[in-house]
Design a protein around this ligand. Structure first.
Ligand SMILES: C[S@@+](CC[C@H](N)C(=O)[O-])C[C@H]1O[C@@H](n2cnc3c(N)ncnc32)[C@H](O)[C@@H]1O
Length: 255
């Protein structure tokens, strides 16, 4: 299997993507039963997803429980949520139903056609996720940001650039999620198995920084890692917790 995958990395990029996606498409008729059966997940987000909306939304089934795990605490609060990647507006509509009327929802997309979704479930701004000035301007307009979800180009360089600009702007206690990170293994997206640009190499360096107390190699990404209190890696999803990192202490009790 591993050999097959390594060879797959040398296939033409479009074929890599098509193969992996087609192999994994759900072909049954009951999405709810599939998600409940595989992940034991049910609840509002599943209801919202399976009920569908006027706009297309396309999600990997294992993302739904992960969204709920990391985002549930923000529901029905004046959350400021920024999604990179609007496409047909379906996810913004899903987030509106999930987070409630008090949430400030912004979506950004490079495709001018996405402006058609502005003002429906949330605000839409047109620009590129690798444009720092644009990203800062959007967050300024939002009045700050608590949660970022990167579902944009999935290109390694873009994911890194957005993270470098936006993670420092996330409020303490906030969350930064990147999805569809299978692209980290695809050359078309600037990734590749064990290639330096693979986003998980950056995750590894952030993980080393998180453990700065236990080695003497210094911080690789000080400006980012000083305010990162946790990193969660799942299949194709990585979540970074924003907060003040505190030097650990330990003690012994009893005995
Ligand atoms: C996977 S779709 C987003 C889907 C949407 N979040 C959903 O779940 O329905 C990715 C979107 O990212 C946009 N995109 C591609 N490159 C981008 C970039 N450099 N900056 C911002 N958006 C980009 C595409 O135009 C596309 O609409």
């Amino acid at each position: 299997m591993r050999r097959e995958r390594d060879q797959n990395d040398d296939f033409p990029p479009a074929m890599q993507q098509r193969q992996s996606l087609n192999d994994r498409a759900f072909t049954g008729s009951d999405i709810r039963a599939d998600i409940l059966g595989k992940y034991g997940f049910e609840g509002d987000l599943l209801d919202i997803y399976v009920t569908g909306s006027d706009q297309l939304v396309h999600k990997w089934h294992h993302y739904l429980p992960l969204y709920d795990r990391y985002f549930a605490a923000w529901r029905n609060r004046p959350l400021r949520f920024l999604e990179i990647g609007v496409f047909k507006g379906g996810s913004l509509s899903m987030w509106r139903k999930y987070f409630g009327p008090d949430a400030v929802l912004f979506g950004i997309d490079i495709d001018p056609a996405c402006a058609a979704y502005d003002g429906i479930a949330g605000q839409v701004r047109i620009g590129s996720q690798d444009d720092p000035d644009f990203l800062r301007a959007v967050v300024g307009e939002m009045g700050g940001v608590d949660v970022v979800l990167d579902d944009g180009s999935h290109v390694m360089e873009h994911i890194r650039k957005s993270f470098e600009v936006l993670f420092p702007l996330v409020t303490s206690g906030g969350t930064y999620m990147v999805e569809d990170l299978h692209s980290a293994y695809w050359r078309r997206y600037g990734g590749g198995y064990r290639r330096a640009e693979n986003f998980f190499n950056f995750v590894r360096e952030m993980t080393d920084d998180l453990h700065e107390w236990y080695h003497d190699h210094g911080l690789r990404h000080e400006a980012l890692s000083k305010h990162c209190t946790g990193i969660h890696v799942h299949d194709s999803i990585c979540v970074f917790d924003r907060g003040e990192r505190i030097a650990p202490t330990h003690s012994r009790v009893g005995g």
